[in-house]
Design a protein around this ligand. Structure first.
Ligand code: PGA
Length: 263
């Protein structure tokens, strides 16, 4: 356990959702929830990660929300700067558009789109060089967990980026532990299993950087209002990366509230 108070983060990963009309409704509903019952940024930092297409409009729509809601890109190019790279969005372009946060290493990127450890490290390097804050996702598959390799896999994923992160850049990284078998499946790691892994991650980070004791480590994988309080009560779980439940304003709000009140 860090022993220090770490402000929790609750971030909604909208993935390849929703259609425009539903996105408008989701944003309005979330703003309404926050207006009725504000969550101060000191109690819980709230973010949403819409599609690249909706990043700027989402950011603009939340600009007058009662609580700050920051906007997160779901990915970025492994190529830095600008140039002839059709279809790509670089760290510099995100930063230039006022986007300050980015998810890197989500298991869907790694598994479906083939983001290797090298690609993930390149993305981390570019994001940091452009001055973005990263939410770096790690997590093991079911087969890896069942064969007792979960801890090793997760710590290796942290080591994969340690070579490209300078000593003073770790404060620009938040970790999200997302066991792959718990993503979108309705299965959540038990609070004990999640806490154990988070404690190992903190131990591993602390060996690499003094910032390890104060870095937020989020849990992701079927987080819902029903399990958020229990997860929030774990000492090394400093927030949540929420997929499915973040597409419902009430559920997402309840999760943020659980972390704000429990931490
Ligand atoms: P889930 O997704 O909450 O739908 O399991 C989490 C994630 O992939 O970030």
């Amino acid at each position: 356990m860090s022993g220090l108070t770490i402000t929790p983060w609750v971030v909604g990963n909208w993935k390849m959702n929703p259609m425009q009309a539903n996105a408008q409704q989701l944003i309005q509903d979330l703003k309404q929830q926050l207006k009725q019952n504000n969550i101060p940024a000191e109690a819980c930092r709230i973010g949403v990660a819409p599609t690249t297409l909706a990043l700027l409009s989402t950011q603009a729509q939340f600009s007058d929300a009662a609580s700050e809601v920051f906007t997160v890109a779901q990915d970025l190019s492994r190529i830095a700067g600008t140039g002839a790279y059709t279809g790509e969005v670089s760290a510099e372009l995100l930063k230039d558009s006022g986007i300050e946060y980015v998810l890197i290493g989500h298991s869907e990127r790694r598994e479906i789109f083939g983001d290797s450890a090298k690609v993930v490290a390149d993305k981390v390097k570019n994001a940091l060089a452009a001055g973005l804050h990263i939410i770096y996702c790690v997590g093991e598959s079911l087969a890896q967990r069942e064969s007792g390799q979960a801890e090793q896999v997760v710590l290796e994923q942290i080591c994969d980026i340690s070579t490209v992160v300078n000593a003073d850049q770790w404060t620009h990284i938040t970790i999200a532990y997302e066991p792959i078998w718990a993503i979108g499946t309705g299965k959540t790691a038990s609070p004990e299993d999640a806490q154990n892994m988070h404690a190992k991650i903190r131990e591993g980070l602390s060996q690499i950087t003094p910032a390890g004791s104060t870095m937020a480590i989020l849990y992701g994988g079927s987080v819902k209002p029903e399990n958020a309080v229990e997860l929030a009560a774990c000492p090394d779980i400093n927030g949540a990366l929420v997929g499915g439940a973040s597409l419902n304003a009430e559920s997402f709000y309840q999760i943020a509230r659980a972390f704000a009140q429990t931490k």
